[in-house]
Structures are given as structure tokens and as C-alpha cells.
Design a protein around this ligand. Structure first.
Ligand code: ACO
Length: 333
């Protein structure tokens, strides 16, 4: 059994920058409120004429393929994580297969929201470990801006989210000291309704109604912010510790922590709990907001570009989100 390793990383963010002041023109909010509560200064919003969740994923994937020195034809399998697919079905994995012009390989879509990228990474990692596939493309991509409630009723949620995509190429590692050492996945479905979008759905909300589309309507995300915060600051350290313990490491062994960019206050809380210095913790939520399944691969790609990840570094990825779900991955780079 061979470990998989991250052979290439890439990301794509739409050009349009939306600042906190821009949002304050649409709803009763302020730059100060958003920065103090979340750390976010601006986010990117997609251009409906050129961007879709799938094709933003393709752009990130092309960069990851270049970084890995591979061609689309080298990819054996695609795993695509998103909560904002182009269509209700099919999922965007098949569009990536088509747009990259890859032969008729398998494409799997993962619905695990903010933890989606690590779940998808775990799937790809295990396909490589078992020898079923050689090179797996793992993508996280989201368009949130088209589904947010920009009225005062939705303001505590809509200021948080942004659009973007990130991707990695997984390939077999030369030795088992390196690559993805382990992944750890959890869920607790009793909290499903604390952070969700209800409609349209097959749970009695099959047909869209006028009411659903009004401010505060069921087509918009519902979030119990305090609840999410409380659970996130418990589960992040837990799942990071689980990965470290599983591999015989302690928090001080971490060289780089890339948490899902949920909220800067959550990241700071986790950093303090794990007693990690600022240089070890990657944060780019200030620029992009929370891009759910895309946030970790975007941060990973930028961190690599900026030289923040070096050969042999112990890199930990961790996420918490809707479901609730939470997950971690420990990687020897
Ligand atoms: N601008 C100005 N005022 C606002 C805004 C806004 N955007 N949103 C809410 N308010 C107001 C509320 O109406 C309320 O006013 P009131 O006191 O007059 O009733 C006041 O601010 C406080 O509201 P709370 O909801 O209690 O605000 P809180 O301080 O809890 O902050 C927040 C809200 C930022 C969502 C916080 O709960 C939080 O950080 N939660 C974590 C959730 C999170 O990070 N989710 C990320 C997505 S999920 C994930 O990725 C894991």
C-alpha cells in the first residue's frame, strides 16, 4: 500500500472584489461589524457570464495539473466537493471530465459542505492507497453569492461567504514516510438544521413559492451562528489532536496548519488552544471570506506559491461545517 501525496495545487478566484463597504450599501451592516466578528475585509463574487462552480473548478484543476507536471489525460478519477453545484443534478464532477477533455473516467461528487474538501481528499487518498487509481483530481469549488439573502434578515450569514475554487492532484508517494499520513472524518446529523438550506428539496419543499424567495425565505442559508461557533471551537482542536495522536505527533510538531477559513475568530481560538505561533497558521479569510469546500485548497495553493510550505513540513488540514461534519488530514510534505 502506497501513501498518496499532493503532487500539484491550484486555485481560481473570480475578479470581482466586494468589500464590506459594498455590502453596507445593500444592508444594515458596517465594515467594523464584519471585521470584528469575522476578520473578513472583502470577498470575491462570480461573474455569471463566465463563471460556474464547475468551470471555476476546471481553472483551479488546470493550475494543479501544471504544478504536478501532468496532463488531463493522466488523471484516472475526479472527486468534486461543493454545496453549490451548477445543477441540482448531475453534480459538477462530470462537467470537469468533459471540460478537461479526459477519457470517460469516473467522477464523484461529495456533499459535505465546509468539510467537503477533506472528505474528497480522503476518498482520493484511499483510492490511491488501495492501488485502484494512480492520479486523482480533487476539487473544491463554490458559488455562494448567487444564493445569499442580502436583506437585513440574512445579513449575519451573507457577509461571511464568498466564491472561489481550489484543486489538488493526488499521486502515489515514493515512500510511506511522506504524503497523506491519515485522514479523519466525523459527522453528527442531529445538528443538520443548525446550518442548512431547506428549499428546494424533497422534504416537503419540492416547488418554489413566492414566500420561499422573500427575505428570510427558505431558499437562503439558515445559520445558528452562536451554536456553530461553540461546536467549531471544540471540534477543530479535537480532530487535529486525533490526527496528531494517530501518527505519534504533538501540536508542537505541526509546521503548517491550514484550517477551513470559517471565521478568523474561530481560527484564532483554535490556534490558541493548540498553542501554535502565527507563522504556522494560514489565514486568507480577510481577502476571500468563507468559500466552504474551496477554502482549504485555495489557502493551500496560496501558501505553496508564497513559499510557506517546505519539503518535509508536517502540514495539517482541518475543517468543521454544516452537518455538522468535521475532518482533518495530516500530510508529510
Ligand atoms: N451587520 C451588523 N449587525 C449584524 C449583522 C451584520 N452583518 N448580523 C447580525 N447583526 C446584529 C444582529 O441583528 C444582532 O443585533 P441585536 O443585538 O440588535 O439583536 C447583533 O448583531 C448580534 O447578533 P448575533 O447573531 O448575536 O451576532 P454574533 O456576535 O453572534 O455574530 C456571527 C454573528 C459572526 C455569525 C457569529 O455568531 C459567528 O461568528 N458564528 C460562527 C459562525 C461561522 O463562522 N460560520 C461560518 C460558516 S459555517 C462554517 O464554515 C463552519
Amino acid at each position: 500500500m502506497k501513501n498518496s501525496r499532493i503532487a500539484g495545487v491550484g486555485h481560481y478566484v473570480p475578479e470581482k472584489v466586494v468589500t464590506n463597504d459594498d455590502l453596507a450599501k445593500l444592508m444594515d451592516t458596517s465594515d467594523e461589524w464584519i471585521r470584528e466578528r469575522t476578520g473578513i475585509r472583502e470577498r470575491r463574487y462570480y461573474n455569471p457570464d463566465i463563471d460556474t462552480t464547475a468551470n471555476m473548478g476546471v481553472k483551479a484543476a488546470r493550475m494543479a495539473l501544471d504544478d504536478a507536471g501532468l496532463q488531463p489525460s493522466d488523471i484516472d478519477f475526479i472527486v468534486f466537493a461543493t454545496l453549490s453545484p451548477d445543477y441540482f443534478f448531475p453534480g459538477p464532477g462530470v462537467t470537469v471530465q468533459e471540460e478537461l477533455g479526459i477519457d470517460t473516467i469516473g467522477a464523484l461528487d461529495v456533499r459535505n459542505q465546509c468539510s467537503g474538501f477533506i472528505y474528497a481528499l480522503s476518498v482520493g487518498d484511499n483510492f490511491i492507497k488501495t492501488g485502484m487509481y494512480n492520479n486523482v483530481l480533487v476539487i473544491g469549488s463554490e458559488i455562494h453569492s448567487s444564493g445569499l439573502d442580502f436583506s437585513n434578515e440574512g445579513r449575519s450569514v451573507s457577509v461571511i461567504f464568498g466564491d472561489g475554487a481550489g484543486a489538488v492532484v493526488l499521486s502515489p508517494s515514493e515512500n510511506n514516510e511522506k504524503g497523506i499520513l491519515s485522514t479523519h472524518l466525523h459527522s453528527e446529523g442531529k445538528f443538520a438544521k443548525e446550518l442548512c438550506v431547506v428549499a428546494p428539496s424533497s422534504s416537503g419543499h419540492e416547488r418554489l413559492t413566492e414566500d420561499m424567495m422573500k427575505p428570510g425565505g427558505l431558499i437562503y442559508p439558515i445559520m445558528n451562528g452562536n451554536y456553530v461557533f461553540k461546536h467549531a471551537v471544540q471540534r477543530f482542536p479535537e480532530v487535529i489532536s486525533e490526527a496528531l495522536k494517530h501518527n505519534g505527533y504533538s501540536p508542537q510538531d505541526i509546521d503548517v496548519l491550514i484550517p477551513h477559513q470559517a471565521n478568523l475568530r474561530i481560527t484564532k481560538f483554535v490556534q490558541e488552544t493548540m498553542k501554535l505561533s502565527d507563522e504556522k497558521v494560514i489565514s486568507n479569510i480577510q481577502k476571500y471570506g468563507n468559500t466552504t469546500a474551496a477554502s482549504i485548497p485555495i489557502a493551500l495553493s496560496e501558501a505553496k506559491q508564497e513559499g510557506k510550505i517546505k519539503e518535509n513540513d508536517l502540514v495539517c488540514l482541518a475543517a468543521f461545517g454544516s452537518g455538522f461534519t468535521w475532518a482533518s488530514a495530516l500530510i508529510r510534505w
